[in-house]
Write a new protein. Structure first.
Length: 696
């Protein structure tokens, strides 16, 4: 019998800057292998361990293949199979009276389970905007840093991934690219082989920090202070590009006065590092730039998950303009490249439908969902949330202050629909669960926040069971709700064809049919975007002084904003909970995705907490023992690893585990807070004090 084999071009959908190009091998209608596209410059034929096993996830024995209706208590995870018609009729019957009475009582909850322009927010956006549902402020990952960066540089544009290998100094600030940005790390390693120096700035000695020439282990939440201390040294020792500053920046004299306050001694004390580390870092960065060498910073979102996270990114983003690093293609800074893409999101998501309502619907912050689900109706808040449709997210596991999140979803009067691949922690609380397709089973178009390529995803195999794409599910829901606008009848192919404006110079010649065949198309962007200024700020310059920040009620100059929870800022709290805790991602998980893939979870073992030997000795706990981590918000139990990878006073709980797959049914978000950042209204996951004791 002859086997029919084909190779399908696809794209990784996950919340990672790499957005890899995939080649899916299909034999007789079954995906047998997922590999990286060797011709795609960022991917280079290499995939991370997680996505290399994507077929294992697609064909997982626990895939949701049929609609389900809850038959047990919320959170028990007991369901019965029903038909699609029964599911859709049930949903419409519950939603129609809510929307007729108070449309804002309906809330979407989604994030980046897929980063696709179609399966992310296209048809779903149209659905919720037409109904007048509450808007969701999607803040859980990147908005603090993006806001601080935008005030300074003007938009999420930075150093091109494909030039980092030519840098002579790379500062990896608040990231662990071995785990979360593999193809940047490949280029950093190439730069290292070419003589570049690599420096990691991170409270924790991560896999990446171990492989850099130097690791600066500052206290959590003090990155903004370190950047100010660097500015002080750069200015005091005249390690500046005066011509670049004069032509392409705004507010240098005001910045100079502010930086003068941040002596190396003050900086070192604030950051918990040595004066020598502050001075030598600044001298290396400014000195190499002064010699005409390209110096680059790759900063990531770990920096911004604290009270002053937006300001921290802003301060870091000022450094390249001070030393003229933007003159080089391999210089500057990258936080995200997402602002380079001229996608037609407003068209795809139907934001014009919002004008049909008498007023703009209220906005609910996804990072405070625990409080908001428990909040009664009031003149200030508006109607109580009565229905939630969750897709592309798992809030019971990933949202902060998890006890409140679970309590909110446990409300018997809350109607919850979850679109999912698997029965996650959140799906256990659903009234109706709808089976969604994976990336191998649907069409999509992708941008990236780590490189400059538009990506196509072709469906490699037919949907398993009765699973449907998100787009199709929301088309069906729209029809059941009586929404008959022509936009709800557009196919995925029609949506994809509208995803970019081919007249925009950055996406010139965009054509969906040709993109599908090749798989990817590079944007038309300059190799050094700000070599001659041209910043997309109000002034057209890098804004050390931001009038917009002042208008928004913020300090217009770089500043230091202390954490909510630290020994220095809150000594009374620290007396009870003396350990700072951060919860960066496990290498083999991506947020809560892949946690249920058996081979990947087997590699990680079980939830663990890293603690410095001095802190372990002081508490009488030993390596391998079970410990309880707790504060006023909650507690969780995991196995202790005693290691000097965690600096003294810091514990590290690698995350995000599904709660149901942890021994005590809890994860690190039991102790995290719903307090928000200085700007961008983002969560403060790494701004957390705890105590640790031997588990009972």
């Amino acid at each position: 019998m002859t086997t029919t084999t084909s190779h399908v071009r696809a794209a990784c959908p996950h919340d990672c800057p790499d957005t890899c190009a995939l080649i899916v091998t299909v034999e007789d209608g079954v995906a047998t292998e997922v590999k990286g596209d060797p011709d795609h410059p960022p991917t280079g034929g290499v995939l991370c361990t997680k996505v290399a096993r994507y077929a294992e996830r697609t064909y997982h024995a626990d895939r949701l293949l049929h609609p389900l209706r809850r038959v047990g208590k919320k959170g028990e995870g007991k369901f019965e199979r029903i038909s699609w018609d029964e599911a859709l009729d049930t949903i419409a019957a519950r939603l129609k009276p809510i929307v007729a009475r108070a449309p804002e009582a309906l809330l979407p909850y989604s994030y980046a389970g897929t980063m696709g322009l179609l399966q992310g927010e296209a048809m779903s956006g149209r659905f919720f905007h037409k109904l007048g549902a509450s808007l969701l402020d999607r803040t859980i990952c990147a908005t603090a840093g993006a806001t601080g960066y935008k005030y300074t540089v003007g938009g999420s544009i930075g150093t091109d991934l494909e030039h980092f290998q030519d840098a002579k100094l790379i500062i990896i600030w608040g990231g662990n690219p071995i785990a979360s940005n593999l193809h940047f790390w490949t280029r950093a390693q190439a730069a290292k082989r070419n003589g570049a120096k690599l420096i990691a700035i991170d409270p924790y000695r991560s896999l990446t920090a171990e492989k850099c020439h130097q690791h600066i282990a500052l206290l959590p939440g003090t990155d903004a202070a370190l950047a100010l201390g660097m500015m002080h040294v750069l200015i005091a020792e005249d390690l500046l590009d005066h011509d670049y500053i004069a032509q392409y920046t705004l507010g240098f004299e005001q910045l100079k006065a502010r930086a003068a306050e941040w002596t190396p001694e003050r900086t070192a004390e604030t950051c918990g590092i040595t004066v020598q580390e502050v001075v030598e870092l600044a001298r290396l960065y400014g000195g190499m730039a002064k010699q005409g060498e390209p110096v680059a910073i790759r900063t990531n979102y770990g920096v911004q998950r604290v009270r002053g996270g937006g300001m921290a990114v802003r301060n870091i983003a000022c450094l390249p303009a001070l030393v003229g690093a933007w003159r080089h293609a391999a210089g500057g800074v990258q936080l995200s490249s997402s602002g380079s893409f001229p996608s037609n999101k407003a068209l795809l998501q139907g934001t014009d439908m919002l004008r049909q309502h008498a007023r703009m619907p209220r906005t609910i912050n996804m990072s405070t969902i625990g409080d908001d689900l428990l909040r009664p109706a009031s003149p200030e808040f508006g109607p109580q949330i009565e229905a939630v449709i969750v897709y592309n997210s798992n809030p019971v596991a990933v949202a902060p202050d998890s006890p409140k999140v679970a309590a909110g979803f446990a409300r018997e009067d809350l109607f919850t629909v979850v679109l999912e691949h698997f029965q996650t922690d959140t799906a256990d609380y659903a009234d109706i669960v709808l089976p969604a397709t994976t990336q191998l089973e649907h069409v999509d178009v992708h941008t990236s926040y780590g490189h400059l390529y538009i990506m196509a995803n072709n469906a490699a195999v037919a949907p398993m069971g009765e699973a449907k794409p998100n787009t199709e599910i929301f088309r069906l829901l729209a029809a059941r709700m009586g929404l008959d606008d022509p936009c709800f009848r557009e196919s995925d192919e029609e949506l994809a064809a509208q995803s970019f404006d081919a007249k925009d110079s950055r996406a010139i010649h965009f054509d969906w049919e040709s993109l599908k065949r090749k798989g990817w198309q590079r944007l038309n962007m300059p190799s050094a975007p700000f070599a001659q200024g041209g910043f997309p700020t109000p002034s057209g310059k890098c804004e050390f002084y931001s009038a917009q920040m002042l208008a928004d009620g913020l300090d217009p100059l770089p500043a230091y904003i202390a954490p909510y929870e630290s020994r220095a800022s809150n000594p009374e709290l620290a007396a009870r909970y003396p350990l700072a805790m951060i919860s960066p991602p496990q290498r083999n998980f991506l947020n809560s995705t892949f946690v249920n893939v058996t081979s990947l979870r087997a590699t990680e073992g079980e939830p663990q907490l890293d603690m410095h030997p001095d802190d372990a000795a002081a508490r009488g706990v030993a390596h391998g023992e079970m410990v309880r981590i707790y504060n006023d918000r909650g507690s969780f139990v995991c196995k202790l690893r005693v290691t000097d990878k965690a600096r003294a006073g810091l514990v590290v709980g690698l995350s995000v585990w599904w709660k149901k797959l942890a021994g005590d049914g809890k994860n690190a978000n039991e102790v995290t807070s719903q307090r928000l950042t200085d700007m961008g209204r983002a969560p403060t996951f790494y701004d957390t004090l705890v105590q640790v004791e031997k588990a009972a």
